[in-house]
Design a protein around this ligand. Structure first.
Ligand code: KIV
Length: 432
């Protein structure tokens, strides 16, 4: 598909692991193939993962987290294949995507992750350890001092292996003591981390709290000016997109997300929601953080819909019809008042065009995404009949419309063109 002219895309700045030459640029880190695949039941084959990775690269994603290589030989092979293939392909604007592999903070995991990603032009190791009191005590059984030491050693080891693009995540940062985060993050920066990802692992934070956390970390972590701060927001309270945007507003310049928002439990921040929010509103609301103007990404929105469909099909996780941006109803209009507005001017009820996200509007219903159902008005029914070639006078249209209302009351899913034509035929028969 062609790039939508609604969104004047700006060139992607040069890729430097710990710095972005343009402070308004926001990197998109897609973790559909890692966190997304952790959705219960969403298992993908290696070839499906490769195809999805290619689509993510076409979409313009900066960093593709391809999997968790230590998890299984299949995971390792899939990450390696993506690194060797997609991680060596040149995409739009000459960009070769970064390929990341996840690892816990131990040498075995890190070595395995490095073996999987090192064939990419831009390999990244993403290592993590939990920092909240509950996780350190109940899950890791480690003291805070031990956790700092493990984190530092992990980052140093990744660097020793030859990786110069190292992401560190303090898992459950959203429930961690900020003072402890200042300490551990300063230490991992000294050890060589280039991106600090701040996960709200349990989706516990409100947008204002998460925004404040990112701001405090940027202000208080020693060495924080020399790294990229990132968000990773789970959706347990339905706030993952809002929290990610609050992070960007407060200076995060990498946002982690997944296609269709899939992921552990209630999922992750949805790429399409985050990206379209920035594309549509970045100018008005997102002047915070280190930049001075409009925040932007390199995502080409016309690839959103094809990628969303592919992910839904391969994972078997269909979107709910009312899912923002990519749900089946996202550009459908049912009530008579809305349909009348849409026929007159589509921007009465649509804040973006379906074409801009790669959804071609059907030829039918004036291309206005109109569902002819029990809430539809005379104007919508008349318009569709005219498109079908029926030039009815007002009395006949009224008679067809009355009958339409009776049928639509009982028919789930609305009336299609055949149904409409039958109504006209019945009405003609009865008036002869
Ligand atoms: O949710 C989480 O904390 C994670 C980290 C590994 C980034 O997935």
């Amino acid at each position: 598909p062609a790039t939508s002219d609604l969104y004047k895309r700006r060139p992607r700045p040069e890729y430097i692991p710990n710095r972005i030459p343009d402070p308004d640029y926001v990197r998109i880190f897609d973790t559909t193939l890692r966190d997304g695949e952790q959705s219960p039941g969403a298992t993908l084959t290696s070839s499906e993962k490769l195809e999805i990775a290619r689509n993510l690269a076409k979409l313009g994603v900066d960093i593709i987290e391809a999997g968790f290589p230590i998890a299984s030989p299949d995971d390792f092979n899939a990450v390696k294949q993506i690194a060797d293939v997609v991680g060596n392909e040149v995409y739009e604007d000459g960009y070769v995507p970064v390929i990341a592999g996840l690892s816990r903070a131990n040498q075995k995991d890190i070595a395995r992750a490095w073996d999987a990603v090192k064939g990419a032009v831009r390999p990244r190791i993403h290592t993590f350890i939990a920092t909240s009191e509950i996780h350190m005590k109940s899950k890791l059984n480690k003291s805070p001092d031990e956790v700092v030491e493990i984190a530092v050693n992990a980052v140093k080891y990744a660097k020793e292996l030859g990786c110069n693009d190292i992401e560190f995540s303090p898992e459950d940062a959203g429930r961690s003591d900020p003072q402890f985060l200042y300490r551990i993050l300063a230490e991992v920066i000294k050890a060589g981390a280039t991106t600090l990802n701040i996960p709200d692992t349990t989706g516990w934070n409100m947008p204002w709290e998460f925004g404040e956390l990112i701001k405090m970390l940027r202000e208080n972590v020693e060495g924080g000016d020399n790294v990229i701060f990132s968000t990773h927001c789970q959706n347990d309270l339905g706030l993952a997109t809002a929290n990610s945007l609050a992070g960007a507003l407060n200076g995060a310049r990498q946002l982690e997300c997944t296609i269709n928002g899939i992921g552990e439990r209630a999922g992750n921040a949805s790429l399409e929601e985050v990206v379209m929010s920035l594309a549509l509103k970045g100018n008005e609301k997102f002047k915070g953080g280190p930049g001075s103007g409009k925040l932007y990404t390199a995502i080409n929105p016309v690839y959103i819909m094809p990628t969303s469909k592919m992910v839904a099909e391969y994972t078997g996780m269909k979107c709910q019809p009312h899912k923002a941006i990519v749900g089946a109803n996202a550009f459908q209009h049912e009530s008579g008042i809305h349909q009348d507005g849409m026929i007159k001017d589509k921007s009465t009820y649509e804040i973006m065009t379906p074409e801009s996200i790669g959804l071609m509007r059907g030829e039918s219903q004036s291309g206005a995404g109109i569902v002819l159902g029990k809430h539809s008005g005379r104007n919508a029914v008349g318009t569709r009949l005219r498109e079908l070639g029926y030039d009815l006078d007002m009395d006949r249209l009224n008679a067809v419309f009355d009958r339409f209302k009776e049928v639509a009351e009982k028919k789930k899913g609305g009336l299609d063109d055949d149904d409409l034509e039958s109504l006209v035929a019945d009405q003609s028969g009865s008036s002869n």
